[in-house]
Structures are given as structure tokens and as C-alpha cells.
Design a protein around this ligand. Structure first.
Ligand code: NAI
Length: 383
């Protein structure tokens, strides 16, 4: 495949997620980091872009300058990743999509459901691809879980349990940490903190693995540290589109939990369990049988798992390689469009997935405000 030009917005020096994008996008040699507006501070962004090898003319001070600069270039960026704080995603993503530039947007895709619907419509209107970085869905064994569920190994899926509970915002002194502050500030984070930040991943993973979307839910939010207004812990019960019950716990105060993302699927013929901190092993327990460890890269895996696996069995693969699988999906889709061919089936999360999960976060906040009342979790455009 021809190497594509890639742009990055946000992900500046010291950011949490920038390095994983830079590794993931470039590991297969499919993308070259050609342009960037990397930091809220224009000078810092330009300077850091230069250290990453971006040409001075394409080391931009902000995303508007970048859009202006890239718009008419013959070698303009083929894909831009939006890795800025949540409240900026909508404006940036919409502007690049409207220009026909493909976008990989960080989660949550937007702050409101109406904005999410607008992104879906903008992408449809411009023909540009809009993907959302639910990067954990790129893990080989997560794709294998989805394949096992889809081919009926578990039979009817009764229950999916998803949790993303970490302990890294358990200290009230974090109120002064700029990387933590925006996550709990309603002006910057919107209606939800940990549910929008982490619970949304757990929710997407549950949806992705069983191939169902949230229909209705009941939520309990708690703010447990200092004088935080937004929740730092949430428990949500959901009913999914295929009738499966989903239970979700997300937290930022679970001291001792490091990353804390785990998904368990229970069907009538067996159960699966996978955790992000041991991503190369998947536990499979058939009804009446022993628990078996399925190793990434091992024999008899699904084609989707094999395609998402790079190093031989026994060598650890981790999160940047999961992100890389989304980038590979996107490079394949972009190349197919260029060749005028239909894009191959892809499991890369798209704007529709971004919208459905944002709608569920808003529904959870609404339910929590109403003492756990059951509410519709679907975005209006999909009701
Ligand atoms: P962070 O606070 O560590 O870094 C944000 C970066 O964006 C900084 O370099 C900052 O200077 C830059 N920035 C802020 N406003 C900007 C603007 N207007 N233009 C250009 N750059 C700007 O935040 P973090 O944790 O890296 O999160 C960024 C996004 O990634 C958030 O939406 C977050 O939810 C998401 N995220 C996704 C993860 C995943 O697994 N998919 C994991 C962690 C974060």
C-alpha cells in the first residue's frame, strides 16, 4: 500500500495518549507523520512537532492554521487524528470532515448527542471516513471474542459484564493537576466525568464483542473525592439491542486497580473473560468443561484474530499495537476508496459507534439524576 500522509492534533509533549497514536500509526509503515498542531500552546506545539520530524511549514500553531495550510496542498494529509481534550473534538472533527479529510477522533466523539448526530451526517455528506478511537477493540483476542460470539460458540448471549475501574484519581490533591482537572470540570467535561472518560470504553467493548448496541439503562453515579461535582464512580445496568443484559462498573477511585478494563461474556454454551492488563490471554470456559487459556498468536484462532496479531505466540503485544490495527483498517479503507473499490469489511469503530456511546453516557447521566430511572439509551436518529 502507498504510504499515507497523517496529521495529529493534540497529543503534545507529556500528553497521555499522543505516544500511543504515534507508535500505532507508524508501526506498519502505512502512515507518515506529515503535519501537526500538537499543543494548546502554539509555540510548544510547533517546537515539539519539529522534534518529531515534521517539516517547519507543517508544524502548525493550532488546528485552524493546520486546516488552512493543508487544504490546498497536493500532498495534503489523508487522515487526521484528533487527540485533544473532549470539548474540542466536535469543532475540529466537523471542520476536517467537511473538507473531505478522513478523521480518527478520540473518544468521547462529542460532548452532546446533537453534536454526535451532526458528525455522523457531516461524514455521510462529505464522504470522508470518521472513525472513533475505541482502540481496545483492536486487540487480537478482543476481535477473537467477537468472532467466537458471532459464530455461535457461546450460544445465546445472556450477560455481558464490563468494567473499567482504575484508582488514579483517588487523591483530592489531583484537583490541581492539569491533566486531571479538565476531566472533572463540567465546563470542559460536560455531563459526566468517569463514565464519559472510561465507562464509555467498557460500554463500547461490551457492544463490540456481542455485536449489540445499548437500548435502555439505569445508572447510579457517585462523586466520592473532595468537592468534585461530576462522578468519579458509576454503576450502570443496561439492556442491549439483542436482548442481552449488560452490567457496567466504572471508577477512578479503585485504588489498587491499575488500568482496570475487563470484559466478560456469558452465553448459554460458555463464558469468556479478557482483561486489558493481560491482553495476550483469553479465558474460555465451555459449559460443563474446564477453563482453557487461549493464547494470542496460537493455533486455530479466527481470521480476524490472526490478522490483528503481529509477533509470534509467547511474545507480548500491547496497546499501541491494538491502536495500530485501527490505523491498518483505516489505511485499507482509504486505499480502497482511492482505487474506487468497495472497502473491505472492517471492525474499526466508526462515527455511529461514537454517537451511540455518547448517547448512552448522556442517558446514564440523566438516569443518575433521576435516582436510577430507566431511560432510553439510543440517539434520537436511531430510534
Ligand atoms: P492530556 O491532557 O494528557 O493531553 C492533551 C493534549 O492536547 C496536550 O498536549 C494539550 O496541549 C493538547 N491540546 C489541548 N487543547 C488543544 C488544542 N485546542 N489544539 C491542539 N492541542 C491541544 O489528555 P489525554 O489524556 O492525552 O486525552 C486526550 C484525548 O484522548 C481525550 O479526549 C481522552 O478522552 C482521549 N483518550 C483516549 C484514550 C483511549 O484509549 N482511546 C486513552 C486516554 C485518553
Amino acid at each position: 500500500m502507498e504510504r499515507l500522509n497523517w496529521g495529529l492534533i493534540g497529543g503534545g509533549e507529556g500528553s497521555q495518549i499522543g505516544p500511543a497514536h504515534r507508535l500505532g500509526a507508524r508501526i506498519d509503515g502505512l502512515f507518515e507523520l506529515a503535519a501537526g498542531a500538537l499543543d494548546a500552546n502554539p509555540d510548544a506545539g510547533r517546537a515539539y512537532a519539529r522534534t518529531l520530524g515534521i517539516a517547519a511549514a507543517r508544524a502548525y500553531g493550532d488546528w485552524r492554521e493546520m486546516l488552512e495550510g493543508e487544504r490546498n496542498r497536493p500532498d495534503r494529509i489523508d487522515l487526521v487524528t484528533v487527540a485533544t481534550p473532549n470539548h474540542t473534538h466536535f469543532e475540529i472533527t466537523r471542520a476536517f470532515l467537511a473538507e473531505g479529510i478522513n478523521v480518527l477522533c478520540e473518544k468521547p466523539m462529542t460532548m452532546t448527542v446533537a453534536e454526535g448526530e451532526e458528525i455522523v451526517r457531516t461524514a455521510e455528506g462529505s464522504g470522508a471516513i470518521c472513525a472513533v478511537n475505541y482502540g481496545y477493540s483492536g486487540y487480537s483476542l478482543v476481535r477473537h471474542m467477537r468472532a467466537m460470539v458471532a459464530r455461535g460458540d457461546l450460544g445465546k448471549i445472556r450477560l455481558v459484564m464490563a468494567e473499567f475501574a482504575h484508582g488514579h484519581h483517588a487523591d483530592a490533591a489531583d484537583a490541581d493537576n492539569p491533566r486531571v482537572r479538565w476531566r472533572y470540570d463540567p465546563a470542559q467535561a460536560g455531563v459526566s466525568a468517569v463514565m464519559a472518560d472510561c465507562g464509555i470504553h467498557a460500554l463500547h467493548m461490551a457492544s463490540f464483542v456481542i455485536g449489540q448496541s445499548p437500548e435502555k439503562l439505569s445508572a447510579d453515579f457517585a462523586s466520592l473525592v473532595g468537592d468534585r461535582v461530576l462522578e468519579d464512580d458509576a454503576m450502570v445496568n443496561l439492556r442491549m439491542s439483542g436482548g442481552t443484559t449488560c452490567r457496567l462498573w466504572t471508577s477512578a477511585v479503585a485504588l489498587g486497580h491499575q488500568h482496570g478494563l475487563r470484559v466478560q461474556v456469558f452465553g448459554e454454551k460458555g463464558g469468556l473473560s479478557w482483561a486489558q492488563e493481560q491482553p495476550n490471554q483469553l479465558l474460555w470456559t465451555p459449559l460443563g468443561g474446564r477453563t482453557e487459556i487461549i493464547e494470542r498468536g496460537g493455533p486455530n484462532l479466527s481470521p480476524q484474530a490472526d490478522a490483528a496479531s503481529r509477533v509470534t505466540v509467547g511474545h507480548a503485544e500491547g496497546m499501541p499495537l491494538a491502536f495500530a490495527n485501527l490505523y491498518t483498517d483505516l489505511a485499507t479503507a482509504i486505499a480502497a476508496r482511492r482505487a474506487g473499490q468497495a472497502a473491505p469489511e472492517s471492525w474499526c469503530p466508526m462515527a455511529e459507534d461514537g454517537l451511540r456511546s455518547v448517547a448512552a453516557v448522556h442517558a446514564a447521566a440523566e438516569s443518575a439524576r433521576a435516582d436510577g430511572a430507566w431511560v432510553d439509551a439510543r440517539p434520537p436518529m436511531y430510534r
